[in-house]
Design a protein around this ligand. Structure first.
Ligand SMILES: Nc1ncnc2c1ncn2[C@@H]1O[C@H](COP(=O)(O)OP(=O)(O)OP(=O)(O)O)[C@@H](O)[C@H]1O
Length: 306
């Protein structure tokens, strides 16, 4: 079921396109990562999708509703913006009541406390936000985005400024919400986190979507090989050379010493041939590690191409 459909979305400032004809759609329960360098156009896109900015061109449909009906469907969406402003003299709980009213929900104290608890702010519910750290404000931003159990959640950098433990908690919560049917659109500069959490990824470059797909699809479209690291022992140098000569047809040697050999292979299908070859030439294998291209490698290589 399509939750969000974007077609040819463009934002121009004085004829300069900061978001340039982007098109994509999101299915129910997906966790979609929107990646790009600083200034690539991520926040501008989120601001258009959430009604903060008016697009110059293009169409947006959310829950099968045209963009003009956004005000009617806003209560089904939750948004963590890139910059949130809070009132220093109000407590976290008072902010939750305030945001609930803005979204058109009743002030249910128990539900608000549960949300604060869920993001790790339970014991700070009655503290003034003026005394909050950046990470605590981020958690409050996530808690307010969850008011009303949104079906579509926009999270701009949900874990930046959070400590490692809190990042893991939020990461696990994102996975939990998605498994319960919430669709998540998120930006992050933490590529390891994106790789662990997101089902689909788009790479935005100077306002254009240059790559989009699952991690597997991005790896396949990237012209790097799978890297195989093998810890071995051979009784003679000759055995190793014979093995490698035969492996030439399946693999390219990237590095080796008398304990480890690193091979670039086209796909995992050739691993049995490599192992059989080692057995035939009487080498002992102690460990085999398969390394797929990381999102970081794909992202950095992509960004450095021009
Ligand atoms: N009001 C504006 N007028 C002119 N240019 C703008 C305006 N707002 C944003 N821009 C430009 O649009 C581009 C995209 O900005 P945006 O904030 O969407 O990037 P981003 O990908 O979210 O970056 P970051 O990772 O730093 O948050 C930037 O070059 C920015 O300078």
């Amino acid at each position: 079921m399509t939750i969000l459909k974007v077609d040819g979305l463009t934002k121009e400032y004085r004829n300069h396109k900061v978001v340039d004809e982007i098109s994509f759609s999101l299915n129910k329960g997906e966790i979609f990562a929107f990646l790009g360098r600083n200034g690539a156009g991520k926040s501008t896109t989120i601001n258009m999708l959430t009604g903060i900015l008016k697009p110059t061109r293009g169409s947006i449909e959310i829950f099968d509703q045209p963009y003009e009906n956004l005000n009617r469907i806003k209560s089904r969406m939750g948004v963590l913006p890139d910059n949130s402003n809070y009132y220093n003299d109000m407590t976290a709980l008072q902010h939750m009541f305030f945001f609930a009213r803005i979204k058109g929900f009743g002030a249910n104290k128990k539900a608000m406390l549960e949300l604060l608890e869920e993001v790790g702010l339970g014991e700070h519910a009655n503290k003034k936000v003026g005394k909050f750290s950046l990470g605590m404000k981020k958690k409050l931003g996530i808690a307010q985005a969850l008011i009303g159990t949104p079906e579509l959640l926009f999270l701009d950098e949900p874990t930046s400024t959070l400590d490692i433990e809190s990042s893991i908690i939020i990461r696990d919560l994102i996975i939990k919400w998605a498994s319960q049917g919430t669709t998540v659109f998120m930006t992050s500069h933490n590529l390891d986190e994106v790789e662990r959490v997101c089902s689909r990824i788009a790479i935005l470059h100077k306002g254009k979507i240059e790559k989009i797909g699952s991690m597997k699809e991005l790896q396949q479209s990237h012209d790097e090989h799978v890297r195989l690291k093998i810890k071995y022992q051979s009784n003679t140098e000759n055995e190793f050379q014979l093995w490698m000569n035969e492996m030439n047809q399946f693999a390219e040697i990237a590095a080796w010493n008398n304990e480890w050999v690193e091979l670039n292979i086209a796909n995992e299908g050739v691993i049995p041939h490599i192992v059989n070859g080692a057995v035939r030439y009487h080498l002992d294998l102690f460990r085999i590690e398969v390394e797929h291209t990381s999102l970081e490698t794909i992202f950095v290589n992509h960004e450095n191409k021009d």
